[in-house]
Design a protein around this ligand. Structure first.
Ligand SMILES: O=c1ccn([C@H]2C[C@H](O)[C@@H](COP(=O)(O)OP(=O)(O)OP(=O)(O)O)O2)c(=O)[nH]1
Ligand SMILES: [Mg+2]
Length: 152
């Protein structure tokens, strides 16, 4: 297995005491993120509503990496709760708090309390990109076909 990507992390005060995010099994891609709400704080997300949930985490990704904030399938399957902007993008130069934007597509209010694992983070390499304008593009078999052009 390749060497782990080492990421600096500083807890904000309201995150202290929460478990360090980690890949729970040797093959896991995601690191679960827990809600850094106050000990007695309850966030109720009504059906159709959105809530920005703090994680108490600030991180410094190495240059050339991003972190994606993705839904947990269990929350989606059981409660219809997912990440609105999935996959959220945490830039390598971002030093603010990592936050999770949840939306409740389910029929019942969804309650979040401190420590609940609400999403997962996947760290991935990023390509540096420069667009070069030109007169024409090289020809391909597909050409301009898309949006279902290979069906039927
Ligand atoms: O789910 C998310 C998505 C983003 N961010 C943070 C990290 C990211 O680096 C920053 C900006 O995110 P993004 O580029 O998606 O938002 P924007 O609306 O384009 O804001 P900005 O103009 O600050 O880039 O917000 C989160 O904490 N959680
Ligand atoms: Mg942006």
């Amino acid at each position: 297995m390749s060497d782990p990507v080492s990421i600096g992390l500083v807890w904000l005060a309201h995150g202290e005491g929460l478990p360090l995010p980690r890949q729970q099994t040797p093959g896991a891609a995601g690191l679960d993120l827990a809600a850094a709400l106050g000990p007695d704080e309850v966030v109720e997300i009504a059906p159709g509503a959105v809530a920005m949930i703090p994680t108490g985490l600030t991180i410094a990704l190495p240059e050339g990496y991003e972190a994606q904030i993705r839904p947990r399938s269990g929350l989606a399957a059981k409660h219809g709760v997912t990440v609105l902007n999935s996959p959220g993008t945490v830039d390598a130069d971002y030093r603010g708090e990592v936050k999770v934007l949840l939306i409740n597509h389910g029929p019942a209010p969804f309650v979040v309390r401190r420590g609940e694992r609400i999403a997962q983070m996947v760290v991935a390499p990023v390509s540096r990109v420069i667009f070069r304008e030109r007169e024409t593009l090289d020809a391909t078999e597909r050409g301009t076909g898309g949006h279902g052009s290979t069906g039927r």
